[in-house]
Design a protein around this ligand. Sequence first.
Ligand code: OXD
Ligand code: MN
Length: 582
Amino acid sequence: MTTRHAPLLKWVEEVARHTRPDHIRWCTGSDAEYQQLIEEMIASGTLSALNPETYPNCYLHLSDPSDVARVEHLTFVCTENEEDAGPNNNWMSPAEAHAKMHSLFAGAMQGRTMYVIPYCMGPIDSPYSRCGVEITDSPYVVANMKLMTRMGSVALGRIEREGKFVKGLHSTGDLDPERRFIMHFPDELSIMSIGSGYGGNALLGKKCHALRIASYQARTEGWLAEHMLIVGIESPDGVTHYIACAFPSACGKTNLAMLIPPHSLPGWKVWTLGDDIAWLHLDDEGQLRAINPESGYFGVVPGTNVKTNKNAFDMITHDAIFTNVGRTADNEPWWEDKKVGEPAYDWQGRKYRPGNGPAAHPNSRFTVNARNNPSYSELADAPEGVPISAIVFGGRRAKVAPLVFEAKNWKHGVLVGASVGSKTTAAAIGEVGVIRRDPMAMKPFCGYNFADYWSHWLSFEERTDKLPKIFHVNWFRQDDDGNFLWPGFGENLRVLHWIIDRCEGRIDATETPIGYLPLPGDIDTSELDISPETMQELISIDVERWRTENQHFADYLDDFGDRVPDALRAEQQRIAAELAKL
Ligand code: OXD
Ligand code: MN
């Protein structure tokens, strides 16, 4: 296989001349190709097969111990003007970045095979989808892309018809963190990544294309590329509401997307459309619609068990790739909080010893196709996407943020999204557990200046009067002893129920400067071990803390100078003034 699309062929030939691979393989995306790659990786030691009886077609990959997460400090947005990338990104001039990458890629694929992966982000026949081609020297990347995107001949067909694609060039290089860079050239619709074989650094369709490049493209084309799950909530009367939720990495997006209704909510059903990324477009009627550009999941493994996420637990028992988990003596994958089995080996392949730390790396992952998920919605493949009833922001906050509140209007909702703060997690290299601002959960992923991004969000109000309501949730409130106040997981459906009731105008709420909060009793707590006092604490605001929070946000906006939209400043000042009166 090759292509009749001359610019693509020319680019592939140029890359091959420069990187000097031994072989070039155009990927078709067939099951036979996947199986062959798996066998080659088993033979080379890149993968090992897990227990074929209990985990059929499941494989384990152990990455280099220095290469276990996204590397935000080595990720750059390369625009001509530094201000266009904004203080939220690391910036390098395109000329400097190209020169650096040119020398790092010289001969980088010698002795290796170069794979050409045409892929389509989104349903293959959707006008909202966009294509890309990743060139990589990692067969592990090809296998992951097969599970997570629509790749191969179908995507190449669309590229040949449309003539447009994002160029992604990736090499694992020598895995030296000193020579690891992930560069984005939004004006050229291209990405270059070297020195990592891990997740978002290497599977270029995901964070690099579907968020950083797509967010930039979306601004010029009038849509939004967001770090959001998409979930359908079907009530007992058969009506389904679709909700898009943005939470920072490793804050439970996958769990919420696959939620299993608790016994106390009989007749409710939950459908998964996506667990990480949503592309949002206004349709001809002004309705906001979402597609999930991905077709598989790259989810955090530790903590997944029958109680926390039975759908995920079941879907990773077959046809899955595990990265950096431990193993039991009978060759099953093992991770902390799995609740069954014992680790015999850790994520570095050593005999398990508690003194060496956890058996599974805290950012260990599963990769599976979305169709493995028992709650998969066929509408994930619908070209027109699904209509969005509510947008929900959230973070991991021990104090301050109540369990749920509703923004007063779209402008206020944009402020609610822009002021998301959360404790950092192991999804990225760096300190874990410190609060950082993560606007719209896009801090690591917005491909341009946040101030311009907020203006873009605000502009939607001028284009339609049918925008969804915006909410904020916090499943992670703690008491002074560090105990979680809300049970989370499946019980979060109770909160989504409240959100849907608000969208339908069925219930009232308490108005406060920070938004509308639930009235006592409107979030059903039957069968929960939660006292009325605790519930009251969860749905009220601590005025003093909110004054501080508002001031922190005002200071944060200052980092973006004059580019901050006036409407966002005005909204922050409105809240400050109203809080001052309390
Ligand atoms: C992810 C992340 O892998 O956000 O989805 O880090
Ligand atoms: Mn993510």
